[in-house]
Structure formats: C-alpha cells, structure tokens
Design a protein around this ligand. Structure first.
Ligand SMILES: Nc1nc2c(ncn2[C@@H]2O[C@H](COP(=O)(O)OP(=O)(O)OP(=O)(O)O)[C@@H](O)[C@H]2O)c(=O)[nH]1
Ligand SMILES: [Mg+2]
Length: 424
C-alpha cells in the first residue's frame, strides 16, 4: 500500500507507532522546545526506484519501542517551486514534549532528459525553506515562527557495488553546504555483506576525495564513555546500508517481522545484523536530533543568510562574516555546543541547589515547629503534674492521721456560720 502518493489527496494522516525516545535525552531538549514543541524535517532524495517512499513508510510504521502506541498525526502537502514534493507528518508527544516530525519525499531523478541539473529543484526547495524562515525572522512579531528548514537529507545511493557515480557527486557537492547530508546505500539487500563493506569504503573514499561534507557524529572530551562509544559506532556505519519494506515476513520461530522474503531466506528491517536501518533511525530521532537541528540553525542557515544578505547588498560586520570553512565551522559548533552544555549544566545545578536549599529550609522549619510543640507539651504536662501533686498532697492532708480519732481540722459549727453571715 503506497501511502504517500499525495499529488491529489491533499493531506496524509500518519501515525507514528511506538515510542520514539527523543524526550529521553535531557541534553537534546531546550526549554523553548519543551514549551512550544519543535519541528524536525527530514528529506529523502535519490534516483527513482531506490526505495525512498518505501523507507519513509517503513520509518513511520516501524515500532520504535514495542508495546507503546501513543501518538496521533496530521498530514501536510507541499508544492514549493512547482516540484512535486510531498511530506508525511506526525505529531508525537512524549513526556510532555511535542515533536512535529515531517519527512519530505521527493520524486526520484535520473530518469529525466537533463540529469545534469537534477540537484537544482532540491537546492531550490531547501533554500526556499531558509527564505521562509528568514522572512519570519525579519518580522516584528517573531513569536510564532514556523520552522520548516530541512534538518537532515538522506541521499540514496544506488547499490552498484562499485563507486559513486558522477550524478551522486554532483548532487552532494551542490547540497552539502545547505543541509546535513546523510548518505545511505539503498536496497542494501541486493549486495552481500562483503560487498556492502567494500562499497561503503569506496563511497567514503570518493566523498573524501571530492571534499564533500557529510554529517558525522563527533564526540568531544566532555562526552561520557557511553556516548563516545555510541558515536563511534554510528560513525562507523556511515554510509548507512538500509532496506525498506512495507510487508511482513515470518521468522523461523513463527514471529512476523517487517522484512523481505527471498527464496533462500528473509531479511529483517529491524535486525542490526541485516542492515543499518535501526542505527540510522536511532541517530535521526534519538541521539542526534538536537545536534542536527543545531547545525541546521547555527551553521547551515547562518551561512546561507550571510550569503543572501551580502548578495542583497547589506554590509556585514566583518566580525560576523566569515568564509564558509567547514573545519573552522565545526570547531566553532563544537565550542558553541560545549558552551551550551556548560550553561545547561550550570542552570541545572543552580536549580538543584535551590531545590536542596528549599528542602533544607522546610525541614528546619518543621523541626523547629516540632521542637516548640514538644516544649509546649512538656510544659503542659509539667503543670498537670504539679496540679496533681498538689491535689495528692491535699488529699493526704485530709486523711485522718493513723492512731487519732480526731480529724486534723474541724469545720465550724453551723451556728457560727449562721452568725457570721447573719449581718447581711
Ligand atoms: N530489494 C529491495 N527492494 C526495495 C527496497 N525498498 C524498496 N524496494 C522496492 O523498490 C521499488 C521502488 O520503491 P519506491 O519506494 O517506490 O522507490 P522510490 O525511491 O520512492 O521511487 P520514486 O518515487 O520513483 O523516486 C518497489 O518495488 C519497492 O518494493 C529494498 O530495501 N530492497
Ligand atoms: Mg517514491
């Protein structure tokens, strides 16, 4: 069932099954994001028939975390620049944090007469999203900015098993300063595991040779060992070898999983031994979502904006303007990221300390209250005891002394009493 063929439907309703996990990472979440929710836009591009639409459906329908189903979704369609581009959108809410996930599907290229400029409509689309954002930034009321900038672009590479083709290199070179480029090897089930490894190496070599910037998870010395290991693992999988499937296959143990059936066996989408789909999804939606958004905002968009303003004849402060140098930029991003983390940490520790102080003050207060209550009760008991002792003493005094018949004191005879009051 093809679900994102939206040329005429107008809207797609989609459900993101299961628990995504983006809210699990406190360092991924700005306070602003918590309050208003945030957007994440993923775009898929590549030659026709490489499984882009299939992968999108796989992504939306795969269970990220089995056993939970807590999302509702709305759909959207876009037609910027006249390119038939459709997007599938899901509104996901997790732990009170809202995420609007949009996956933009583009029609495959490679089948048109003019292949040389197949990247053009994509660049135009990506830039038009920057323009839309820029226009909103320049408005007086900036409180309701809609952010549809592309945060990551999956570029589908044909599984030839050889090297990158000219069309791939051309595309990536034209896009790498505009988007977080994530190359994936399409339909990786058509290659053997050995071929996949070799092909990955060739692709990476070509990417390096041509100076193409791709998105790579980078660790710094402040990351915890687990994150460092995770980043290394993810980085080692690039370019991700993926498979997509919209149907289920039966495993030897009888369970049904998303995958592809072959005469010799099955390939499972969500099996890390079979392909890198799970790792890719993890990186996009969990571990590196915030980093991808940050890079889009502070590096890619900023550099576009600077160029645009310069082209429009604005004189830019030399301190603000800098040549686009990916390495310098990366270092700056790392520094900015570190500063952000430090700030976050300081904020968190301040909040923590405040909470501790409040707790301590409260404890102290209730301790004091207890103490004074204790004192009051003690005084009351003391008073009661004195009173009782007084009573006891009097009662003892009233008792006849053993051995004498006479009481110790006598009441006045009645007639005296009368006499006493007689005068009134
Ligand atoms: N072997 C294999 N086939 C796949 C895979 N993913 C998709 N296909 C098949 O490839 C064909 C094309 O898939 P689509 O998802 O329509 O490809 P597309 O990239 O969206 O193509 P366009 O929309 O024309 O650009 C379909 O028959 C899919 O079933 C995969 O991972 N492995
Ligand atoms: Mg398609």
């Amino acid at each position: 069932m093809r679900q994102n063929n939206v040329a005429d439907s107008g809207a797609i309703k989609k459900k993101m099954n299961g628990y995504v996990g983006f809210s699990n990472y406190p360092n991924q979440v700005h306070r602003r994001s918590i309050k208003r929710g945030f957007n994440f836009t993923l775009m898929v591009v590549g030659e026709s028939g490489l499984g882009k639409s299939t992968l999108i459906n796989t992504l939306f329908e795969s269970k990220v975390y089995p056993g939970r189903d807590d999302s509702a979704a709305v759909g959207a369609v876009e037609h910027p620049n006249g390119v038939e581009i459709s997007s599938v959108t899901a509104d996901i809410q997790e732990n009170g944090i809202k995420l609007k996930l949009s996956v933009v599907d583009t029609p495959g290229f490679g089948d048109s007469i003019n292949n040389e400029e197949s990247w053009k409509p994509i660049v135009e689309n990506v830039e038009s999203r920057f323009d839309a954002y820029l226009a909103q930034e320049n408005r007086v009321n900036r409180s309701k900015i809609v952010d549809n900038r592309v945060n990551a672009l999956l570029y589908f590479i044909k599984p030839t098993g050889h090297r990158l083709r000219a069309i791939d290199i051309e595309f990536m070179k034209n896009l790498h300063t505009r988007v977080n480029l994530i190359p994936v090897i399409a339909k990786s089930d058509t290659l053997t595991p050995r071929e996949v490894e070799q092909f990955k190496a060739n692709v990476l070599a070509d990417i390096n040779y041509h100076g193409i910037q791709i998105f790579k998870p980078v660790s710094d010395e402040y990351d915890d060992p687990e994150t460092i290991a995770d980043n290394k693992d993810i980085a080692g999988k690039i370019p991700f070898a993926v498979i997509g499937s919209e149907s289920f296959v039966e495993r030897a143990d009888g369970t049904k999983v998303r995958g592809r059936q072959y005469p010799w066996g099955i390939i499972e989408v969500e099996n890390e031994q079979h392909n890198d789909f799970v790792r890719l999804r993890q990186m996009l939606l969990r571990t590196h979502m915030e980093e991808l958004r940050d890079t889009t905002d502070v590096a890619l968009y900023e550099s576009y904006r600077t160029q645009k303003l310069l082209a429009m004849g604005h004189v830019q402060d030399a301190a603000v303007f800098r040549e686009f140098n990916p390495r310098v930029q990366q270092e700056e991003e790392a520094r900015a990221h570190y500063a952000k983390m430090q700030k976050l940490e300081a904020e968190m520790s301040a909040v923590f300390q405040q909470k501790v102080q409040e707790k301590e003050a409260k404890l102290k207060q209730s301790e004091e209250e207890l103490h004074s209550r204790h004192k009051e009760m003690k005084a009351a008991m003391e008073a009661q005891r004195t009173a009782l002792e007084e009573q006891k003493r009097r009662a003892q005094a009233a008792m006849p002394v053993p051995g004498t018949a006479e009481p110790m004191y006598q009441t006045q005879p009645r007639k005296d009493k009368k006499k006493l009051f007689g005068g009134f």
